[in-house]
Design a protein around this ligand. Structure first.
Ligand code: GSH
Length: 311
């Protein structure tokens, strides 16, 4: 019911809808490379600001896999139609994700990252799976770079458990700090986030999580670790530098962001700060944002409950 009404919302003519060109190469993307770059380029539906997609970008770049970037998400402002089931004057969150039609064709859930084969027939979704997929593509194409998931099955299992752990602790708490409106809830979320960083720093085996090379756990955490300045800016929450694990954590962050294949994927800090203001000021809706708003974890979004139509 609500879904039908919400769909009827009128799009403002002044909507800030980015019209990204199709198949644009991002800074750092390449036509072909020596590593896993052989074979037809993949189509990569992404969004410059998206930390989930950032994981996949790092994985693709790590392996030097050839891809065509499609900037597939933006913001669009909608106006209340006057026909809502709630008092529209009480809501300020009228920014929604604009979605590239090709993304919706490839993945009707409209989520990035989404990777497809050049002919669009085969589709991969979910950021952690995209990282594993990048390993598979690189191996199949004879790439020389080390896999992100360790070759040793015991280490691989450990890394995958930790990738999932980081995803449900740090990632989820990051969005809670931004989206929840209660000060205490935000503070508690940040405390849990810091605890997640501490566990990560204590469990890592070397410069990176599984040793001396970049791995899947690093790929999962890094986009969020890099973006934590946002919480300091909007919420006054800073990662402590005086805990027993702090030096290990910040050394990891420096090492990871300093890798050339990671450094070129980092979004502009000021631009991202501006982008995320819509969350910080309660003006935006998205599946992850809606899930956190209704009290679920960031990865517990439901395409029906939390989708645009249900917003
Ligand atoms: N579980 C997904 C989450 C991806 C995700 O939430 N991406 C956001 C952009 S940062 C998105 O596509 N949002 C679209 C929407 O909210 O409708 C993953 O890990 O890939």
């Amino acid at each position: 019911m609500l879904a039908r009404r919400a769909r009827a919302l009128v799009r403002t003519p002044l909507a800030l809808v980015p019209r990204a060109p199709l198949a644009r190469r991002p800074r750092g993307a390449r036509a072909r490379s020596a590593g896993g770059g052989g074979g037809a380029p993949l189509t990569y539906y992404s969004a410059w600001f998206c930390p989930f997609a950032h994981r996949a970008t790092i994985a693709l770049e790590h392996h030097g896999i050839d891809y065509e970037w499609v900037e597939a998400l933006g913001w669009e402002r909608r106006e209340a139609s006057g026909d809502e089931d709630f008092d529209a004057s009480e809501r300020d969150d009228w920014w929604y994700h604009w979605k590239h039609p090709d993304l919706l064709r490839a993945n009707p859930d409209g989520m990035v990252p989404t990777i497809t084969s050049a002919d669009g027939r085969r589709v991969v979704t979910e950021s952690i799976v995209c990282c594993q997929f990048a390993d598979g593509v690189a191996a199949a194409r004879g790439g020389a770079s080390a896999p992100l998931v360790p070759a040793d099955p015991w280490e691989a299992a450990r890394a995958l458990v930790w990738a999932s752990r980081v995803n449900t602790t740090v990632t989820s708490e990051y969005y809670k700090c931004l989206v929840r409106t209660d000060e205490t809830e935000r503070r508690e979320a940040f405390d849990r986030l810091v605890e997640g960083l501490a566990h990560f720093a204590e469990a890592k085996r070397g410069t990176f999580f599984s040793g001396e090379g970049l791995g899947i756990v690093d790929c999962v955490l890094l986009p969020y670790a890099f973006r934590l300045y946002v919480l300091e800016h909007y919420r006054g929450f800073a990662v402590p530098r005086d805990r027993p694990w702090s030096d290990a954590y910040f050394a990891w962050l420096d090492a990871a962001t300093g890798l050339p294949n990671v450094a070129k994927t980092l979004p502009d800090k000021a631009k991202y700060l501006k982008h995320v203001a819509k969350y910080a000021h309660g003006a935006a809706r998205s599946k992850v944002g809606n899930a956190v708003r209704r009290g679920a974890n960031a990865d517990d979004y439901d395409h029906k409950i939390d989708g645009d139509a249900a917003a």
